[in-house]
Design a protein around this ligand. Structure first.
Ligand code: CO8
Length: 376
């Protein structure tokens, strides 16, 4: 079968960073005001007081120090605690969505690295966790803006959106259905987050990452990684949820129900998913007759530093060496499906020809997407 390669990647980082201290200050001011407003119900036992958040907890429990948001002023405002979309979007509903603008910025970087223009692309996928709009498809709008040919479509697979999208693109390029594919994971998560929920207000950030997939030998890029093998896994779980969708429009009284936004049982995810990730990576390596010691780098999903360290140590049987499994979640927080590919984009250039790496996403649904790649 024809070999396929990653010939370009690009990241769009939103312009507004928000530190843990800024986020916690906004949440705690909100929580104190909420507790004062509901003091009677709290002392009567009909309501539970909101507990305070802390930067020290967030950093220890998750490794997150900062996040980038498309709009941060509204989130940092204790009287609001959600983004001000009006600062970002133009008036008409059919003006280009924020998510497409994020996707475009990442795509331009990836195309530039691949030394391609939009019209060279004949397959565009936007693969993401959440959507600003369902119809017309975001990917067809990006296709039009780029002047790309062929076809485009949206797909969704939570934390594995990038790897599942890239795998779909690899199949299309390998089969000849497409020649040059662009996969963008534009994670505009902040509008769907419950920033008034202490257990989850710190977890996510916004960002986009784009990847160009071509056939080996047909590229002009100076930084090419062959996709050697791929292995995907899913198993239904409700431990990570974001219920918002058309059903909420029918059951209108549930529109402000926090369960329609992102909620998770973080501990359960930690305990249930990690053994599956370790088994999945190990069985992938067994399938292809390689050992982890054959790989110079692992670009893992970026949800929680303790989770990543546990997985790496278990797989390696030792502490990771500096640079073996780069972390970007300290700066970006959890960027859903984009995390592992942001890590790849930011930490791929120092690898030498012949070096091997593993890209592995894991999270919502549950889903796991594992690629082995080799720098050419
Ligand atoms: N400040 C202070 N204390 C806190 C806070 C806070 N902000 N939050 C919780 N606490 C308290 C808890 O109440 C608890 O108190 P007590 O012991 O008295 O009950 C204590 O701290 C410990 O709480 P936990 O046991 O929950 O803390 P953990 O050590 O487990 O850390 C984490 C919590 C960070 C959530 C951790 O469990 C985690 O990260 N788990 C992994 C989760 C994961 O991987 N999820 C996948 C994410 S989903 C994804 O990546 C993409 C989905 C895209 C969808 C996006 C939709 C918008």
């Amino acid at each position: 079968m024809q070999n396929v390669v990653i010939s370009g990647t690009g990241v769009y980082t939103p312009p507004n960073s928000l530190s843990n201290d800024e986020l916690v200050e906004a949440y705690n001011t909100h929580a104190e005001a909420w507790n004062a407003e509901h003091a009677a119900e709290i002392s009567a036992g009909t309501l539970t007081a909101k507990e305070m958040s802390s930067s020290a907890f967030i950093e220890k429990a998750s490794g997150i120090k900062n996040r980038y948001l498309m709009e941060a002023k509204g989130v940092a405002d204790p009287d609001r605690l959600y983004p001000n979309l009006s600062d970002l979007a133009e008036g008409d509903f059919f003006d280009t969505p924020v998510q497409v603008k994020m996707a475009l910025a990442a795509a331009e970087e990836a195309l530039s690295e691949a030394k391609l223009s939009g019209s060279d692309i004949d397959m565009v996928i936007i693969s993401a966790s959440v959507w600003e709009r369902f119809i017309p498809s975001m990917a067809t709008e990006l296709q039009q803006i780029l002047g790309a040919k062929g076809f485009a479509f949206d797909m969704a697979m939570g934390c594995s959106s990038a790897t599942f999208g890239m795998s779909t693109a690899c199949d299309a390029v390998q089969s000849g259905m497409a020649n040059k594919a662009l996969v963008v994971t534009a994670e505009y998560l902040s509008p769907l987050l419950a920033f008034e929920d202490r257990d989850g207000h710190f977890i996510f950030g916004d960002a986009a990452v784009a990847t160009v997939i071509e056939r080996e030998g047909e590229t002009s890029s100076d930084c090419v990684f062959r996709v050697n093998t791929r292995k995907l896994f899913t198993e239904y779980s409700t431990n990570i949820r974001a219920g918002f969708g058309s059903r909420v429009l029918i059951e209108r009284d549930r529109i402000n129900d926090p369960n329609q936004r992102f909620t998770q049982s973080g501990r359960a995810v930690f305990k249930e998913l990690l053994p599956k990730v370790i088994d999945h990576v190990q069985s992938h390596l067994d399938d292809i007759g390689m050992a982890l010691s054959d790989f110079q780098r692992m670009w893992l999903h970026q949800a929680n530093i303790n989770m990543n360290m546990f997985a790496i140590k278990k797989l390696l049987g030792r502490e990771p060496k500096n640079g073996e499994a780069p972390i970007i979640l300290d700066e970006y927080a959890n960027t859903g499906g984009a995390g592992c590919m942001i890590a790849f984009n930011n930490h791929k250039h120092d690898l030498q020809s012949g070096d091997h790496g593993i890209i592995c996403s894991f999270g919502a649904s549950y889903s796991i997407g594992c690629f082995t790649v080799e720098r050419l």
